[in-house]
Structure formats: structure tokens, C-alpha cells
Design a protein around this ligand. Structure first.
Ligand SMILES: *Cc1c(COP(=O)(O)O)cnc(C)c1O
Length: 448
């Protein structure tokens, strides 16, 4: 099996959700954890593995969230636990910038092998996705000697000061936290479902608008980097309409702009390919990764053309913990698991199951305006009226709460708060996945 943990792979609800022990812990949380650190579910985790998360009251929930898309290989994956335990007994930290170690090199070798393109590549490792994105901007600015950064509507890139500026949505990510970093410019993205002239026109029209805005309002020669998620996760699992990404990528190449694919959520088998940009044959100049990379350990990377990566001066990149040896061991275990169990194929199978089931639900329930996504990154967008497409965030919250009560963990996201996002671990059993979708169906039946 994939998992070192022994959590039985079955849904089980023993108490009200939240149960008494979770309620006690929540009371303690309220007194010592800052209110800004909110939780989507009021239950506390006790153990997790495969497709199940068990709480402190013994309830077992079907995990359709993967801890925000992180545990691609499932929780406590056998190879992750084996490798990180061995590393932890040898040493837990030396600081790569003081005394380097082999695991860091091995992760960078794996990134060079797995990321798109067969050009010479190098990487730098960090702790979080936001830190990787920040460093991609530093590297692009050092390489181009330009300052402007272009990002897109509905984009999400993190919560640090620079990445808040890069992120589109105000609440909860940015509200009251400004001023934000300058020289950040936002342009349209090809959001097919909401494109005014229809999904079939979204790709070319949005690309033309974005390129026109960059050219007229920023000046292509001032742009260091264009940063885009090949599938926009937090913004609502938006797949840019076909043709959009290739057009933007070409524009970047024609104008000496570093094209950065933020694959922090979409990377590492999540969409059924090692990286989502492969879907349209895109080879980015730089690629940022985190989330799925290390089976739950904090690790992130910037990977790209050796020439661009080398533009930052010696000592210009780094940090105390970046590429921690235990996290690197976890990453090597996660990558081993992805290869050994062909998790790209698993993601495609999960897509087939989810798309068929959700498509059938969309025929029955008018609240579902759109079913979309790739691999194990699938979402339904909920609307009050299919004709006007008015977003239905209340419906999304009610549906998610009903799923939680019945023992399935789903996530709400989207610029309008009306998207239900399904990001199961790729090792989830098919029976369990189907049962999770049964729960969603029941919730739709009861709530709309
Ligand atoms: C989650 C996410 C980030 C930020 O990663 P953190 O590890 O939370 O800092 C950046 N970009 C994308 C696309 C993400 O999904």
C-alpha cells in the first residue's frame, strides 16, 4: 500500500460534527491562536492516510481536499515516512548555505528531469509557495534588469507582501493589509464560463486584451515577468480557454519577458501530467512548485533555464531553512511514490469518475452552473440562475457544510466564493471516491 499509517479506509460518523473533543480543542484554540488563523472545518485531525482523515472523536471523513492540494501521495505515504525518518535520525538541519548536503542536489536533479523542456535547468529551494513566487520575481528582475510584473484576474500567488500584490482577491487575502508592492499589473484571463462572448471566443479574445493592456499600459520592454497558474486554483479552478496560454507564452518570448508558470497547486501529477502547462505544450522559463512536492512537508522550488536562474548573484537567494534536509527526503519519497504508482494515470482515472458523476449531478441540479478542471483538480461552480450565472456563495457554503456533516471533506473557493473544489489525494480508493461523490449528491438533494 501507499500509506504507512493504518487508518481504515472507510467513512464513519460517530458523533455530531464537531464532536466533544474537537469542541474542547476549539475552545483552547480560541484563547491562544490568533483569530486571523481560521479553519474551514471545526474538527481536529488525529490521523490520516489514503483517502481518509480521522478526527479526535474517531470520526472518519473522506478526504476530498488533500490539505489544500498538498497530499497528492496521500498522508503519511510509506516512501515519504521511510525516507524522512531515515534523514531525521542522521541530521535535521545544517543550513544549505552553510554546510550543504546531498538531498538538496537530488531534489534539484529530479526537478530538472521532471519539469517541461530538455534545456539546461537549475533550481533553488524554499519553504513555502509564496517564497518561491517571490524568488521567481527576484530572479526575473535580476535577469531582465526590468521591474514590472504582470499577473492575471483570479490569480492567487500567496500571502506575503509581494505575493498579496500579485494575488487578485481582496477578501480574505489582502483586506486591510496594504500598501502592497508596486510595479504589479493585472490583466484579463480567459475564464471560459464567464467570458462575455462565450467560452469558444475566450482564448483569443482574452489573450488579445491582455497583450494590448501590457503593451499600452505597462510597455512590454518594462516587464520582467508574466506569472500565471496554468490552472487557476484559488480563483475557482479556472482552466484558461485553449489558446490563451500559448499566446501569452509567445508574447513573453517575443519581448524578452520571463514567463513563469506558477504550478504550486497544479503541479506534481495533480492534473494528470507532471505539470499542467504540458497540456498545451508550454515550456515555461521558470516554474514555481510547492504543495504536492513533498507529501506534506514544507518545501518549495523555483526551477528554470540555467541562464536565467544564474542571474542572481551568489548569496542573493536562500534563507535559513530553504531546502531543509528532512523536507528534501520527503520530496524524494513523494516523487518515488508518484513514479512507482503512476499517479498521473490515477489522476486521469479520478477525472473520468468525477466528471461523469458531476456531469450527471449537473443535469439534475440547476444550482450547478459549470463542471470543470483536470485530473484530480475538479470543481463545480454554483449559481443562483443558470441564465444570469449569478454566483451562489451561500449555496456553496451550505453544500460544503452538509458534506462535512455527512463525512466528506470538500473545499469552497473562487473569486465569488461559489466554487466547490474537489482535490482528493491521488491514492484514494475508487470506492471511497464514489462514496464521497454520493455524499455530495445527497447534500445537493437536501439543500437545493
Ligand atoms: C497555495 C499557492 C501559493 C502559495 O503557497 P504557500 O505555500 O501557501 O505560500 C502560491 N501559488 C499558488 C498557485 C498556490 O496554489
Amino acid at each position: 500500500m501507499f500509506a504507512a499509517s493504518v487508518v481504515p479506509q472507510e467513512r464513519r460518523i460517530l458523533t455530531a460534527i464537531p464532536g466533544p473533543r474537537s469542541q474542547q480543542l476549539m475552545a483552547r484554540k480560541k484563547s491562544v491562536v490568533a483569530d486571523g488563523v481560521a479553519t474551514a472545518l471545526p474538527i481536529f485531525a488525529a490521523s490520516a492516510g489514503g483517502g481518509i482523515l480521522e478526527d479526535v472523536d474517531g470520526n472518519r471523513l473522506i478526504d476530498l481536499g488533500s490539505g489544500l492540494g498538498v497530499t497528492v501521495v496521500g498522508n503519511a505515504a510509506e516512501a515519504v515516512v521511510r525516507r524522512l525518518s531515515a534523514q531525521a535520525t542522521r541530521f535535521t538541519h545544517t543550513a544549505f548555505s552553510v554546510t550543504p548536503y546531498e538531498g538538496y542536489i537530488e531534489v534539484c536533479e529530479a526537478l530538472a528531469e521532471l519539469t517541461p523542456g530538455d534545456h539546461a535547468k537549475k533550481s533553488a529551494l524554499f519553504n513555502s509557495g509564496a517564497e518561491a513566487v517571490e524568488n521567481a520575481v527576484k530572479i526575473a528582475r535580476a535577469y531582465t534588469k526590468r521591474q514590472a510584473v504582470v499577473v492575471f484576474d483570479h490569480g492567487y500567488h500567496g500571502r506575503t507582501n509581494l505575493t498579496m500584490a500579485l494575488t487578485a482577491k481582496n477578501m480574505p487575502y489582502k483586506h486591510g493589509f496594504g500598501p502592497f508592492a508596486p510595479e504589479v499589473y493585472r490583466v484579463p484571463v480567459a475564464y471560459g464560463y464567464r467570458w462575455p462572448t462565450g467560452a469558444e471566443n475566450a482564448g483569443p479574445e482574452a489573450a488579445a486584451q491582455a497583450i494590448d493592456q501590457i503593451s499600452k499600459q505597462v510597455g512590454a520592454e518594462n516587464v520582467a515577468a508574466i506569472i500565471i497558474e496554468p490552472v487557476l486554483g484559488e480563483g475557482g479552478v479556472i482552466e484558461p480557454a485553449k489558446g490563451f496560454l500559448p499566446a501569452i507564452r509567445q508574447f513573453a518570448a517575443d519581448n524578452g519577458i520571463v514567463f513563469v508558470a506558477d504550478e504550486i497547486q497544479s503541479g506534481f501529477c495533480r492534473t494528470g501530467q507532471w505539470f499542467a502547462c504540458e497540456d498545451e505544450g508550454i515550456v515555461p522559463d521558470l516554474i514555481t512548485t510547492a504543495k504536492g512536492i513533498a507529501g506534506g512537508l514544507p518545501l518549495a522550488a523555483v526551477t528554470g533555464c540555467a541562464e536565467i536562474m544564474d542571474a542572481a548573484h551568489a548569496g542573493g537567494l536562500g534563507g535559513t531553512y530553504g531546502g531543509n534536509p528532512v523536507a528534501c527526503a520527503g520530496a524524494l519519497g513523494a516523487i518515488e511514490t508518484m513514479k512507482e504508482f503512476d499517479l498521473n494515470a490515477r489522476a486521469k482515472r479520478i477525472e473520468a469518475i468525477m466528471k461523469a458523476r458531476l456531469g450527471a449531478m449537473a443535469e439534475k441540479f440547476d444550482i450547478i452552473g459549470d463542471v470543470r478542471g483536470r485530473g484530480a483538480m475538479i470543481a463545480i461552480e454554483l449559481v443562483k440562475d443558470r441564465a444570469t450565472k449569478e454566483p451562489n456563495p451561500e449555496g456553496a457554503s451550505a453544500l460544503a457544510a452538509a458534506c462535512h456533516q455527512k463525512g466528506a471533506l470538500v473545499l469552497v473557493t473562487g473569486t465569488y466564493g461559489n466554487v466547490l473544489r474537489l482535490l482528493p489525494p491521488l491514492v484514494i480508493g475508487e470506492d471511497l471516491l464514489n462514496e464521497g461523490l454520493d455524499v455530495l449528491h445527497e447534500a445537493l438533494d437536501g439543500h437545493v
